[in-house]
Design a protein around this ligand. Structure first.
Ligand SMILES: Cc1cc2nc3c(=O)[nH]c(=O)nc-3n(C[C@H](O)[C@H](O)[C@H](O)COP(=O)(O)OP(=O)(O)OC[C@H]3O[C@@H](n4cnc5c(N)ncnc54)[C@H](O)[C@@H]3O)c2cc1C
Length: 596
């Protein structure tokens, strides 16, 4: 059975030593009193909850799955999930970073991100129930009417109610402009919504007394396509004037999906048969309103993959220390034993270090980005807010796609470390591979993320956001350019920065002649820019580690070794990716469709 140690040391390193998070947050009036010891105490308690309460339910939840009662349409979650959720609510965790005006504790989002990383490591399927609530909370907080906020936010914040996100229909996932669910306005100002949604995570369950579904549907006079979609809040139980749940609403779960992983999370087909809802935001602007939830969820999905990479890595290391097979090629390392532990073999180390570097790079990038999100949402200076918003917009698709693609590779490597035992359920590794796979698909497939990055976030704004990020990188290179010890990091970083600029210009020109050039290059491009972001952060982490490597704390020598591994063995992938991106659309489009 896998085990899990919350990576508190690395979280503290990233927050305090790399990012100076507390100082940055103190510029925000609401966090002026925040101190490092509060941050550390929250991380420690959150880690304990994840490791002691959620982790023991991960394998059993996977085996047991969720069960639908077709007569009542109620869903039973695996044994222990309800009790764990009750403990989560009693501990006040759902309110960690919600608004004090609605019962929240008002702590920074970056702390919530750390909490979720640990909950995802311990049990991704369970963590999706509160995770979707948090997204629904954010969406209503921005776009809800005062009545909707008063009705829903305190309950979502306390965790008494949960949320869901109802977008997908059987004929439309990526292209939501095709959706057919209908909303009929009623004389009392409410709406009756009818349609069928599929694949709705946490759409029905037994953890909370009510579920607030955020549903996309069309008003009768709506324009065709994505400009004609509106957003509605549709509670499972309609809400009485005093805020208590009233009658059962006509939104029910008709089926739960049999699927590859995350079995402990209910993936529901939801039937709406004139369900009562209220409009969220302006008519026909539902997709824009939903983007608040989708952007939060995209960062959340990257965080799921970070969590899984970390726990898979920890267990693979433990196994590699204990499993004895063959002798080291450079001579026995444990001559007193029948064979050497497999951790002596170079390729086993490569697999472990790949997972480690992907986890540490993802943690640095995610916390850097969510710290910017805190500044975007609440910094007193509008210029700081605007710059932070631009960088968050640029980095969000990278976190969603780069981190989840990496987790798929990393969990597969970690499984491989176990040899045949990795393929056997008892060890828990095959579950991590299965669970990690969905993260590349939902919340917009990784291809869609790459189109968002290259098409919308880079080319459509003439590279301004990318330039601003490039400036951040260039300033660091300038500062460190004269330090001999930093050359091994700064030179390849500078080289990649130049190549990204060149490649972006080249694709931009080609795209003017043929828009398919964007689609042909986008996936490679996202991975290249993902590496640029990782290389920048690893170089900064290496700088700190170099300064402290003689401190006697092995953390810094390990950090330096990981950074060196990243630059030597993972970053060079960008050369191949650049070649592939430059090859353009022709090799993809030349084949006649009939010949596939
Ligand atoms: C377990 C699970 C949980 C989910 N949870 C939720 C949820 O809570 N709420 C919700 O609303 N939905 C949810 N989804 C749905 C999920 O978001 C969609 O499956 C996803 O967005 C892809 O849509 P699709 O399945 O229709 O694939 P399609 O849109 O049909 O895409 C098929 C393939 O075509 C590619 N493609 C499509 N368009 C383009 C293009 N323009 N350029 C290049 N490639 C393209 C895609 O990348 C993909 O590889 C969930 C799905 C699963 C499996």
């Amino acid at each position: 059975m896998p085990s899990y140690q919350p990576p508190l040391r690395d979280m503290r390193f990233v927050l305090h030593e790399l990012l100076g998070a507390v100082e940055q947050l103190q510029e925000i009036p609401a966090h002026a009193e925040l101190d490092a010891s509060t941050v550390d105490a929250v991380l420690e308690e959150g880690g304990r909850f994840a490791a002691e309460v959620l982790m023991p339910l991960n394998q059993s939840g996977d085996r047991e799955g969720c069960v639908l009662d077709p007569a009542t349409h109620e869903v039973r979650t695996p044994a222990g999930f309800r009790q764990a959720y009750a403990q989560y609510v009693a501990g006040g965790w759902p309110a960690l970073s919600t608004d004090p005006a609605f019962g929240g504790q008002g702590l920074p989002h970056v702390l919530n991100q750390c909490l979720y990383e640990m909950m995802n490591s311990a049990n991704q399927a369970w963590a999706m129930y509160p995770g979707l609530s948090h997204g629904a909370y954010e969406c209503l907080h921005v776009h809800g009417t005062p009545e909707q906020k008063a009705m829903y936010l305190p309950k979502l914040s306390s965790g008494e109610w949960t949320g869901s996100m109802c977008l997908t229909e059987s004929h439309c996932g990526t292209d939501l402009g095709l959706l057919r669910s209908k909303a009929e306005p009623q004389a009392d100002g409410s709406y009756r919504i009818t349609g069928n949604k599929i694949f709705i995570s946490s759409g029905e369950h037994d953890l909370a007394e009510n579920i607030v579904h955020l549903v996309l549907a069309r008003l009768p006079d709506s324009p065709a396509g994505s400009k004609g979609i509106s957003l509605f809040a549709v509670p499972k139980f309609t809400v009485a004037a005093d805020g208590t749940p009233g009658a059962r609403n006509a939104i029910t779960c008709g089926r739960i999906e049999e699927k590859m992983g995350i079995h402990g999370n209910s993936t529901c087909a939801m039937d709406l048969d004139g369900a009562v809802g209220s409009l969220v935001g302006a008519p026909h602007k539902g997709l824009a309103a939903m983007f608040v939830m989708m952007n939060a969820a995209r960062l959340g999905v990257g965080n799921q993959s970070l969590g899984i990479t970390e726990v898979a890595y920890q267990n693979a290391v433990q196994y590699a220390r204990e499993r004895l097979q063959m002798r080291s090629m450079s001579g026995p390392k444990a001559p007193e034993r029948a064979a050497d532990p497999i951790i002596v073999h170079p390729d086993v180390r490569k697999m472990l270090l790949t997972a480690r570097a992907y986890a540490e790079g993802a943690r640095a990038l995610s916390l850097h980005t969510v710290l910017l999100l805190d500044r975007e949402l609440a910094h007193p200076d509008p210029a700081v807010r605007a710059a932070a918003a631009d960088e968050v917009a640029l980095l969000t698709p990278i976190i969603k796609a780069f981190v989840t693609d990496n987790a798929w590779l990393a969990t597969s490597h970690c499984l491989q470390v176990y040899g045949g035992h990795g393929y056997i359920a008892e060890w828990g590794m095959e579950q991590y591979v299965r669970d990690a796979r969905i993260n590349m698909i939902y919340e917009g497939t990784n291809t869609i993320q790459s189109l968002d990055l290259l098409g919308r976030k880079v080319l459509a704004d003439n590279g301004k956001r990318l330039e601003a990020f490039g400036k951040r990188v260039a300033e660091f290179i300038e500062e460190e350019g004269t330090d001999a010890a930093m050359q091994e990091f700064v030179n390849p970083l500078a080289d990649l920065g130049d190549k990204v600029t060149q490649l972006t210009t080249e694709i931009g020109f080609k795209a003017m002649g043929n828009a398919d050039e964007v689609g042909a290059a986008a996936v490679d491009y996202l991975r290249i820019v993902g590496h640029l972001a990782f290389a920048y952060l690893f170089a900064r982490m290496a700088k700190i580690a170099l300064a402290k490597q003689d401190s006697g704390d092995p953390f810094y020598t390990a950090k330096l070794a990981t950074a060196r591994f990243y630059f030597a063995k993972l970053l060079p992938e960008t050369a191949t990716l650049i070649r592939s991106a430059r090859a353009g659309a022709a090799p993809l489009m030349a084949m006649d469709e009939a010949h596939f």
